[in-house]
Write a protein that binds this ligand. Structure first.
Ligand code: GDP
Ligand code: IMO
Ligand code: MG
Length: 425
């Protein structure tokens, strides 16, 4: 079996979890390699809906190893709640492993996320307010607390002696916020050390043994390409690398170990939070997509902004991630549309300049407008269709037009939220 990276090719919520769940059946190990509980991953199976924030979406298969990798940031409280929820539903978490190198979101990170956003005012990012940015900032600034520190009181004490006075100074003097005593943080850590200890394991030997014995690994991305800290719509991004390269960094494997890279895109585009979105629809059509697609955030419940499929973003995602193929989800949302548009390029309103490639300087995006082609809808329920040949001609034309525009094959098509509502081409 081969090793697969599965990434979001837009701004997150593309349906990654559904495809991860589907592919997990034929995979031995599933690794979440970046992000934290900002992610909200939905799996619908046998009439039950599961929402995962930190646990890999392969967990519903009892024999699969699920790893929360070194590149993630973990809120112990959220993770423990997720574990408890699954155990309460008789879903085993005995094969869930947490990397000792992952960083911990502590209570002050969440407060700092909130005050940072408040400070930004109108220019706020619209974060999930889960402390993600501040946790990653501490990691990069080398003042982070790692999962391994939960199991080592001496190390935790030493670290907090340095970190906590800095945090308290910032909280109290700059933001006029509540401070934390060292004992409070230690008690918090001790509590979750006890609860999470059975899951903390040295991940590298497991992964390297799997590679040596030709087992298969699926790397499950969180967020999406356009939220990547280096390659997304900066500064309106998350603080990690959701792109395929991030799987190697956060999962701890070399690029030579990856055989297939699947990008997940919706048949349209959504975005939660602030930031540029050239093909956004602020009209009735946008509302219609939002309503039919139930486009409300899995983590925060916020309404997702909706727009037509953006092939400029699509092409960029293919190149930045080195995609081998694409999964196109939520095609069924267009069942009742007379016509559907695709954004093929951007036009600068100031001078008419056409952008066929994605312009990385997002400051100019406010001057860009979408150039569309329009295609006929299929006006037919496709939610029960299981093979490509059975799809209405106009649905096939839509898929094939996207393929032509982004220059990568679409091999998986989503026609409904259920595990079996998927067409493999
Ligand atoms: P993720 O963060 O990329 O895993 O995606 P989310 O779970 O946040 O959002 C995707 C939503 O779309 C979930 O509610 C899924 O159950 C649903 N979904 C996924 N694929 C399809 C599809 O092909 N059709 C429909 N109708 N819903 C889908
Ligand atoms: P999944 O894995 C959609 C967005 C937030 C905000 C920006 C930064 O479910 O696709 P953060 O809290 O990460 O600092 O917020 O990123 N964002 C997501 N949008 N899906 C997600 O995850 C997201 N995770 C973060 O809305 O705009
Ligand atoms: Mg989501």
């Amino acid at each position: 079996m081969s090793n697969v990276v599965l990434i979001g090719a837009q701004w997150g919520d593309e349906g990654k979890a559904k495809i991860t769940d589907l592919l997990s059946k034929n995979t031995d190990i599933i690794i979440r390699y970046q992000g934290g509980c900002n992610a909200g991953h939905t799996v619908v199976t046998n009439g039950q809906t599961f929402k995962f924030h930190l646990i890999p979406s392969g967990i519903l298969y009892p024999d699969k190893i699920c790893i929360i990798g070194a590149g993630t940031v973990i809120n112990p409280e959220v993770l423990y709640k997720e574990i408890k929820n699954l155990e309460d539903k008789n879903i085993s978490t005995k094969n869930l492993y947490i990397s000792p190198s992952a960083h911990i979101t502590l209570p002050y990170h969440i407060i700092l996320d909130g005050v940072n956003e408040k400070e930004l005012g109108k220019k706020k990012i619209g974060t999930t307010n889960r402390g993600i940015g501040p946790t990653y900032a501490d990691k990069i600034n080398r003042v982070g607390v790692r999962i391994e520190d939960l199991l080592n009181e001496e190390a935790l004490n030493e670290k907090l002696d340095i970190i906590l006075p800095q945090k308290n100074l910032l909280l109290e003097k700059v933001y006029n916020e509540k401070t934390f005593t060292k004992q409070e943080i230690i008690d918090f850590c001790k509590d979750y050390a006890e609860k999470l200890k059975p899951y903390i394991k040295d991940i590298n030997p497991i992964v390297y043994d799997a590679i040596k014995t030709k087992k298969s690994i699926l790397f499950e991305g969180a967020q999406g390409t356009m939220l990547d800290i280096d390659h997304g719509t900066y500064p309106y991004v998350t603080s990690s690398n959701p792109i395929a390269g991030g799987a190697c960094v956060g999962g701890g494997v070399g690029p030579t170990q990856i055989d297939r890279i699947i990008g997940i895109s919706k048949a349209y585009v959504t975005r939660v939070g602030e930031g540029p979105f050239v093909s956004e629809l602020t009209d009735e059509t946008g509302k219609k997509i939002q309503e039919i697609g139930h486009e409300f955030g899995t983590t925060t419940g916020r309404a997702r902004r909706c727009g037509w499929f953006d092939a400029v973003v699509g092409r960029y995602g293919v190149l930045i991630n080195g995609l081998t193929d694409m999964a196109l989800t939520k095609l069924d949302i267009f069942n009742d549309f007379d016509s559907i548009k695709i954004c093929t390029s951007y036009k600068d309103k100031r001078n008419g300049k056409i952008y066929n490639s994605y312009p990385t300087n997002t400051y100019i995006h406010k001057y860009l407008e979408p150039v569309y082609i329009e295609m006929d809808g299929w006006k037919k329920d496709i939610t029960k269709i299981t093979s490509y040949t059975e799809l209405p001609e106009n649905a096939k034309k839509y898929i094939e037009k996207i393929e032509e525009l982004i220059e990568v094959p679409i091999k998986i098509i989503g026609v409904g939220p259920g595990r079996d509502q998927t067409i493999i081409r």
